[in-house]
Write a protein that binds this ligand. Structure first.
Ligand code: 6PG
Length: 259
């Protein structure tokens, strides 16, 4: 499995507050989208769920970001989803709709939710992989290359729905996986490493003190500590990895915040 320090380009950005970190993530998002749309007609992105992206999505739905970005050229996917209907409060798609997608001029036909309430989740995962393969141009190894994947990280180091100690971490063929996550007692759909690590840009937004031990393990030099952190295997092969933290999440590292 790749190790995070093997990413071709990586950058760690620390800001004082969660709001400042969200602002930095919004700036990174806008720069990546603008850059992609200079070279191509469509920019392919994937969003994550959880609670951390609220502030980021709010920034992106602000008047300035709405007028500044060609939203019509953005094709939106999701890096993972919970096993609930789309109108459920726990749905990542639902959260993204409420905070971002309903408030920006994105084309509804360019938004691709995962069908995580389908009776056959394996089929839903395979169907999502086919959708990605159909819409997103592939790299030389045949894997679709998303321009941007936004990720968060749990206190246990999970990212997307790649949880510690699960079969999902060893998946090398499927790009989207449906599986039962023992620690949740629930099923999830998730991008796997081969798809994440094919992306042109991966941006993590991680805030809050509860993430500090996982961040320290991720950025530290102890390979044993990193072994249990699924986020540590995110290493885009030909892309850029950016980790955006607030001071609370970075407090067990020696990296100081920059305004
Ligand atoms: C999800 C995610 C997941 C999330 C982390 C962090 O569906 O929950 O996509 O990987 O990013 O669990 O979640 P918080 O932002 O809530 O801490």
């Amino acid at each position: 499995m790749p190790a995070w320090e093997s990413a071709v380009q990586r950058e760690v950005i620390v800001r004082r507050t969660a709001a400042d970190a969200a602002d930095a993530a919004a700036a990174a998002f806008m720069a990546i989208v603008r850059d992609a749309l200079r070279h191509q007609n469509v920019c392919h992105i994937a969003l994550s769920g959880g609670t951390t992206p609220y502030l980021l999505y709010k920034d992106l739905a602000s008047a300035a970001a709405i007028s500044d970005l060609p939203w019509g050229g953005i094709e939106v996917f999701f890096a993972d989803e919970r096993d609930v209907p789309h109108d459920d409060i726990e749905s990542n798609y639902n959260m993204a709709l409420r905070t971002l997608l309903n408030n920006v001029p994105v084309q509804p036909t360019r938004v691709h939710p995962m069908r995580c309430d389908a009776p056959d989740l394996q089929a839903a995962a395979a169907e999502y992989e086919q959708t990605l393969r159909k819409i997103v141009p592939a790299g030389p190894d045949g894997v679709p290359v998303l321009d941007l994947i936004l990720l968060g990280m749990g206190a246990d180091g999970h990212t997307a729905s790649l949880f510690p100690g699960t079969e999902a971490l060893n998946e090398s063929v499927k790009l989207v996986l449906a599986y039962h996550v023992p620690v949740l007692g629930r099923s999830r759909l998730t991008f796997t490493y081969p798809l994440i690590n094919a992306a042109r840009n991966v941006v993590f937004l991680v805030t809050g003190e509860d993430k500090a031990p996982a961040v320290a393990a991720l950025l530290g030099n102890d390979p044993d500590a990193r072994k249990n952190i699924p986020s540590a295997c995110v290493a885009p092969k030909n892309g850029k990895l950016t980790l955006i933290l607030d001071q609370a999440a970075a407090k067990m590292t020696s990296i100081e915040p920059v305004q």
